[in-house]
Design a binder for this molecule. Structure first.
Ligand SMILES: O=C(O)[C@H](O)[C@@H](O)[C@H](O)[C@H](O)COP(=O)(O)O
Length: 319
């Protein structure tokens, strides 16, 4: 039993499809009152619920139901973004340790936006000292086609808020070539990934043949976009290229490069980090009882081994 200050749910892809029920009031058996979240939002079988008022983790019926071959899907709901950031740091550090031992390197993909702030606890003790930063290789799931010192650059955002504070080797940070056009930068990035596959730094998915990053840390926009793959945009259907480009992004700036879904979904671990009630709609569309038939990009995300949703209370408020 672990001590935690948050609520968290664990379930499998299969249970997601078959066991969604309406909100179920959840009562903590130890203190006999509602938890700080107050309910088991998804009503899943196999829920692991961490109650804030006690330090007990609850295993409810069906928790061991996941067959060994099933891809695991987890939803973690946190009282606050602070709790979420603490859990995200531990999750990332644990995967860094696992892949560092197994492969000798750890390939991590970042998005832009608020994700970088949510990684802030990685640059603090104990992680700043315990993580083997020399094994990290850092990539971007999408990048705006602007100079690296531009205020819109995802590289600059990550450098200022995270990378400049940890001893990752500069040669292991794969920024785009900002001297190229959007098309050229996408091609150049894909070529770079192909070299890294050849040198075995980047794994290949035996299932898909696409590169298999160890961990992707993704954000989601209020319209349900992930990376620079926007609702209704033809790029969501790209199934050959590893990296592509967009010149009409509805979110400024308009010119960007982005990983495609086959690459995103070939990652070993995908984590979607979503905070704020303004994003509750697409979260509901993906995880709750939504009637909307249009499939949002966020609903197209999966992972080869495990896909985890890190939500704060606001983002989970419609579940
Ligand atoms: O470059 C980008 O714009 C991002 O990579 C983008 O996909 C981002 O992750 C989402 O828009 C969420 O951003 P926020 O967390 O800031 O809302």
């Amino acid at each position: 039993m672990s001590s935690t200050s948050s609520a968290s749910l664990t379930f499998t892809t299969t249970s997601l499809r078959t066991s969604v029920r309406r909100t179920t009031p959840f009562h903590c058996a130890s203190h006999r009152s509602r938890s700080s979240i107050g309910f088991n939002p998804l009503g899943f079988r196999g829920v692991r619920f961490h109650c804030r008022k006690t330090t007990t983790a609850y295993s409810m019926a069906g928790i061991a139901a996941a067959a060994a071959t099933e891809k695991k899907k987890r939803v973690e709901v946190f009282d606050t973004e602070e709790d979420l950031a603490a859990s995200l740091a531990k999750y990332t550090a644990d995967l860094s340790d696992k892949f560092g031992k197994e492969r000798g390197s750890f390939t991590v993909v970042l998005s832009g936006g608020s994700l970088i702030k949510s990684l802030r606890k990685l640059v603090e003790p104990p992680y700043i000292d315990s993580i083997e930063w020399g094994k990290w290789h850092v990539f971007w799931v999408d990048e705006r086609v602007v100079p690296k010192d531009h205020v819109d650059s995802n590289y600059k955002l990550a450098y200022d808020g995270f990378l400049s504070k940890v001893p990752i080797l500069p040669g292991h940070v794969y920024a785009i070539n900002d001297a190229l056009s959007a098309e050229g930068a996408a091609e150049d990035y894909e070529t770079c990934l192909k070299h890294l596959v050849k040198s075995n730094i980047l794994a290949t998915s035996s299932a898909t043949g696409f590169p298999k990053f160890d961990l992707m840390l993704l954000g989601m926009g209020p319209d349900g976009h992930v990376a620079s793959l926007f609702p209704g945009h033809p790029l969501c259907k790209e199934n050959e290229k590893w990296v592509t480009f967009i010149k009409d992004s509805p979110k400024p700036p308009p010119e960007r490069i982005t990983f495609t879904f086959p690459v995103i979904n070939s990652a070993a671990y995908n984590a979607l980090v979503i905070c704020g009630a303004g994003k509750a709609g697409p979260v509901q569309a993906a995880l709750g009882n939504s009637q909307n038939s249009d499939v949002l990009p966020v609903q197209m995300v999966s992972a080869e081994e495990e896909f985890t949703w890190f939500l704060d209370k606001g983002a989970a408020s419609k579940l």
